[in-house]
Design a protein around this ligand. Structure first.
Ligand code: PEP
Ligand code: MG
Length: 827
């Protein structure tokens, strides 16, 4: 950072200017005073030695600017330069700018990290700002005429009236910074006559609290100051990027939902009605104990790493939001990212680390709290609400620093969780006694958190989009997980109806649960096996209570999530064993790690991919990371000695993958044999049928395997080229698409011919609207989320199997999604 030296005939004046300039530079700029001479009787004068000392004290490789008052001050400063070595002297500039104004402007500019040239330009131009403020047109004109050309080219003052209704709130502030950073220029901005701040710092710009009609005074300098000026004028003309509609939306947010007359529509993801207090999930900043360390530099590195990690997470959330909603909403994340990149915030933490020798977590949380307070003190409600963004981002970095799982949800009362996004691991961790429902901004019907919510029996609505902001925190909320409707507390009569419906639903569920453990047998005596999809012992227990006759799909990836290293062989063994125990001897089909797609696991270090769903996912990852794969295979093989386990590979798209995976399985079994560890050599091995290509090599699969399981979630996604998690294409992502049903029919026919056992574990298996059809197509093993079992069993009990053949004939005449949905009563 540039240093400043103030040279004056008067020691007191030099000290006074220094005091003022230090304030302007927020005490971050090195400023030295060299005033008067050391002669008690004659203190007025200038001393070259004193100036030399001051220059050395203010010196850094960035350079020093020397400001002087009059006459011999200049001569003394020139003499002082003579005392310096060439390399130092070359970086010291004596500047003709007025002492007080120049020092103030130079300090403010230096603080923003500008180079020597920019600081000089700012100091030289300092009188112009004064002229503007005094509105002294004559002076201005005279002064402007006197400016040299270079100065005119490099330094500009610009006034902008805040045009938009909400003022410089988070999004325009973020946008403003983006604009400033896009040019090779520096910008200071002051609200009316307040102190200027760097226009590239979100913590400074965001907390200015500029309201509609107030004036922002910009001082622009640098090579592209003119272009930046133009861009800022355009930004103002665009109403700071706020559209009328957006203003209305934001205002609605401020006014909460008093005026909402209709329910909010989202995507129904898990059936059931929930009526409880809405709790917006945004964590408070925890209290961090002050701890000392003597390695400040190490703490700085830790902080940088943590910030980098959170930045990466934000990038991926932003991508997800952008692909599903309007780009506008992805821009909200920009505010979070700018906070992370804020030099001012970072420097204040670094200063604390160096000066107070505290740990990074303590310094970071102290500075975040300070910033939160600044936002809370704003007199604009919208800006005050940004305090929660500060806390949110602060928390994310803290979690990284402390190595804590992100977003641990700690609840104290029954509620419906309302949040932007709920990861599968967080969903798994929910306290089932307290969480009555889930509402999320992003997500689709077959996203993994939605699937988990179904397994846990929690009503859920996902993909609500920005209407989610209409849900007030801590007020009564009702959700209908079948229709996807959300009702706020003022819809009293609807909520009363929902209460009645919920009572009936609960009674029906209780009665079908009572029969759930009995087998599912059609009217004409055909027995169908009903299995469960689980991802841990918690769901397995729920499924068993609901009548599961084994596990058809155990998604093991959730054991690998929300932690910073992979589970050991023993940890995996114990976790899988717990599921086997809860199934009381029934078969448990353990799927090997299906990482990738919407189930990223950061510590596995999968390089960033343009199309994660088409990238290193499932078996593809495992075959490239054989140590990890073999550890999992060993845990499963050891279980096979005592429990009824089977193994299943996900995402198989070529036969070579099965051959390689089986080779590794045999290697693991050989090792166990050598080590004298028990396992069953007869454990069944199968694959998921979810990559469309696999349909075409079923006979080859039969040579290598014992069974297949149809994964309709991915089969639909890959067959129709429709992201299973993308709200904007959700209406077409349907397993009832004729092509998907045709693929299912093919798989069933081909596997029967090849003598392979086949089941279905995609979400379609648990949909009672598909039960007749699937039976008619020849499916005999269904695997679904536990809470869906009683209803599917009940449905099967009411079906006459032989009569279903007709349905298959009808099916072949229906070629559109609409026709098919009508046939099965879906639409
Ligand atoms: C599927 O793709 O249908 C499936 C069951 O696997 P997952 O949902 O875990 O990808
Ligand atoms: Mg799948």
């Amino acid at each position: 950072m540039i240093g400043l030296v103030i040279v004056s005939h008067s020691r007191m004046l030099a000290e006074g200017v220094k005091e003022l300039a230090l304030q302007m530079g927020q005490n971050k700029v090195k400023i030295e005073a060299a005033g008067g001479i050391d002669d008690d009787e004659n203190p007025i004068g200038t001393d070259p030695m004193k100036i030399e000392e001051a220059i050395r004290a203010a010196y850094s490789d960035d350079g020093v600017l020397v400001l002087m008052d009059i006459g011999s001050a200049i001569m003394s400063a020139e003499i002082a330069l003579e005392f310096l070595d060439d390399d130092v002297r070359n970086k010291v500039v004596l500047c003709e700018a007025p002492l007080v104004e120049g020092a103030i402007a130079a300090a403010a500019q230096a603080m923003s990290g500008s180079n020597l040239k920019e600081v000089i330009a700012e100091a030289k131009n300092s009188l112009q700002a004064k002229n503007v403020l005094l509105q002294n047109e004559d002076n201005q004109e005279a002064d402007i005429n006197e400016q040299n050309n270079e100065l005119e080219l490099t330094t500009r003052n610009l006034q902008i009236i805040v045009p938009n209704k909400l003022g410089l709130h988070a999004r325009p502030a973020a946008k403003l910074i983006e604009i400033v950073n896009a040019f090779d220029a520096n910008a200071l901005v002051a609200l009316d006559s307040k102190k200027p701040v760097s226009a590239s710092s979100i913590s400074l710009v965001g907390t200015m609290g500029a309201k509609k009609g107030e004036i922002l005074n910009f001082t622009l300098s640098g090579k592209e100051a003119d272009k930046l000026e133009k861009a800022l004028i355009e930004f103002q003309a665009s109403n700071f990027g706020d559209e009328d509609k957006e203003i209305i939306r934001s205002t609605t947010k401020i006014e909460k939902v008093k005026s909402v007359s209709d329910g909010i529509q989202g995507i129904a993801a898990s059936s059931g009605i929930a009526i409880a207090k809405a709790i917006w999930f945004k964590k408070d900043l925890p209290i961090i104990e002050k701890e000392h360390t003597d390695d400040a530099e190490h703490e700085i590195v830790l902080l940088q790493e943590a910030i980098k990690c959170v930045n990466r997470d934000l990038d991926s959330i932003q991508q997800k939001i952008a692909s599903k909603f309007k780009n506008d909403e992805a821009q909200i994340i920009d505010f979070h990212k700018l906070l992370l990149q804020d030099k001012d915030l970072f420097e204040s933490v670094v200063n604390m680390l160096r000066e107070e020798s505290v740990k990074a977590s303590f310094a970071w949380s102290s500075q975040i709290k300070k910033l939160e307070k600044q936002y809370l003190a704003m007199n604009n409600e919208y800006l005050r609400e940004r305090a929660s963004d500060v806390v949110e981002i602060g928390n994310k970095v803290l979690c990284e620093l402390l190595g804590e799982p992100k977003n641990k949800i700690d609840l104290k009362e029954e509620c419906i969780i309302v949040t932007d996004e709920l990861g599968p691991a967080e969903t798994m961790d929910l306290d089932l006694n307290l969480v009555k429902g889930i509402v999320t901004r992003v997500g689709g019907e077959t996203s993994h958190s939605a699937i988990l919510a179904r397994s846990l029996g929690i009503p859920a609505i996902v993909g609500v989009g920005d209407k989610i902001d209409k849900i007030p925190n801590k007020e009564l909320l009702a959700i209908d997980g079948v229709s996807g409707e959300i009702w706020t507390k003022n819809h009293t009569s609807i909520i009363a109806d929902l209460r009645k419906r919920k009572k009936i639903d609960d009674e029906m569920r209780e009665s079908s649960q009572a029969k759930a453990k009995a087998p599912a047998c059609t009217k004409d005596g055909k027995t169908v096996q009903i299995l469960a999809n689980v991802s841990g012992a918690k769901e397995a227990k729920i499924a068993f209570e609901n009548g599961a006759e084994g596990v058809g799909l155990y998604r093991t990836e959730f054991l690998f999530m929300n932690r910073d290293k992979m589970p050991s062989e023993e940890e995996q063994y114990q976790a899988y064993k717990e599921v086997c125990i809860s199934m009381e001897g029934h078969p448990v089909c353990i799927r090997t790690l299906d990482v990738g797609g919407d189930k990223p696991i950061p510590y596995l270090d999968i390089a960033e991919e343009n199309n994660p769903f088409l990238g290193l996912r499932g078996i593809r990852y495992c075959l490239q990371n054989t140590e990890l794969f073999k550890t999992q295979l060993r845990a499963i093989c050891r279980l096979s000695a005592k429990y009824n386990v089977r193994i299943m590979y996900p995402m198989v798209g070529v036969i070579e993958e099965v051959i390689s995976a089986n080779m590794l399985l045999r290697e693991v079994q050989q090792d166990l044999l050598k080590e004298g560890i028990d396992f069953s050599p007869n454990m069944s091995v199968g694959v998921m049928m979810e990559v469309p290509s696999s349909i075409f090599f079923i006979p080859q699969l039969a040579n290598e395997l014992d069974f297949l399981s149809i994964g309709t979630n991915d089969l639909t996604q890959y067959l129709l080229a429709l992201d299973r998690d993308n709200r904007s294409v959700a209406k077409y992502h349907s397993p009832f698409h004729p092509a998907v049903l045709e693929a299912i029919r093919e798989i069933l026919m081909r596997s029967k011919k090849a003598g392979l056992e086949v089941s279905m574990c995609g979400e379609l298996a648990g949909n009672t609207k598909a039960t007749n059809l699937l039976l008619a197509l020849g499916l005999e093993k269904f695997s679904m989320n536990g809470p869906a079992i009683p209803a599917v069993k009940e449905k099967i009990r009411g079906i006459n199997f032989s009569a279903q053949k007709l349905l298959v004939n009808k099916l072949s005449t229906k070629r559109t999604l609409k026709e098919l949905k009508t046939l099965i009563g879906e639409s």
